[in-house]
Design a protein around this ligand. Sequence first.
Ligand SMILES: C[S@@+](CC[C@H](N)C(=O)[O-])C[C@H]1O[C@@H](n2cnc3c(N)ncnc32)[C@H](O)[C@@H]1O
Ligand code: SF4
Length: 375
Amino acid sequence: MTERRGFGLYVHWPFCQAKCPYCDFNSHVVEKIDQNHWRDAFRKEVARVQNDLPDRTLNTIFFGGGTPSLMTPETVDAVISAAREAWPFANDMEITLEANPTSIEAERFRGFLGAGINRVSIGVQALINEDLRRLGRLHSADEARRAVELAKSIFPRVSFDLIYARQDQSLSDWESELTEALELADGHLSLYQLTIEPGTAFGDRFAVGKLRGLPEEGLAADMFELTQDLTSRHGLHAYEVSNHAAPSYESRHNLIYWRGHDWLGIGPGAHGRFTFGERRIATESHSLPSEWLNAVSDGSGENVRTTLTEQDDVEERLMMGLRLEEGIKETKFSEYINKFNDLIEIGMLERSQERVRTTPAGRRVLNAVIRELLA
Ligand SMILES: C[S@@+](CC[C@H](N)C(=O)[O-])C[C@H]1O[C@@H](n2cnc3c(N)ncnc32)[C@H](O)[C@@H]1O
Ligand code: SF4
């Protein structure tokens, strides 16, 4: 019997009100956005990518960014309607939109619900005003709290993101903040350790030694540990390295990525992966918004399409699958069995019921574990 594979559609909205100094996502700040133009382009792209997987049932749509809460509900509605014309929707269809907690965007929440959004993921980032300022955020902690409460009163499922290991943050600061977040949460939290990305404002400051107060490795590791402890005590298990959920509140869309199932991506810079016969296809759209719009009006927003080699495919699945608490099915990675055994022996991996997964110790150094496997 063939495995039932999830199928999702990713829609990238590439605009933000301001560029946060830590962020290297494909996001741009512009004066004016012609929503009608974008609506038409997305609709055209849905119709094009339908040809890649015409006979499937769609399980999830994810509006990511950038700041998709800057889309009008009409634009969101048009994309969802186009998807509904392209594929039958699963009964438990999940449609997520990433939202920023400023008041203008919160006002649109009801409109998004009307358009079909049934899950929002809000970028709270911190619950302390001074830290929000240092992160370049345009909202206050109170606005973020209100946006989460409002979202909880409107949408069936709500998640929010926090960034920890920030400048001058102590372990007990993070403990208080996370405790408040767990009280506020509605079954799902994404908790990311701050990474300094090259090419961002933080990256530039870091390179010249001007980003002060970042935690030493030991403190960052303690923060990770504390995060695992507190969340699991509150009933939100770490189903992925940075994602914590109550049972059945996991993000179905993100599980499609980590399980190596199929998704199509539209919008500037969006990636897609799907299996066609025996081949694993990888797609990537034009990254610059203006280039993408031009390419779509010429017929296709896609920039690159490749067939992954078997080795690349296996490595990608391994890297993604080991991020998950459920781990990977060992029989699909038979050439790695010796390496699995070595890492099991030193307590980085464990094996049960034909699955291999990272141990808590292995998760703490996941990148090193993956490097070892792929070496
Ligand atoms: C694509 S962003 C979109 C969210 C939305 N635009 C917002 O900022 O509220 C997704 C999440 O990635 C996280 N993120 C982005 N850059 C990060 C970094 N350098 N380190 C840690 N987390 C980061 C943030 O928590 C952010 O909410
Ligand atoms: S974190 Fe969100 S709001 Fe900030 S630049 Fe990145 S995508 Fe835009």
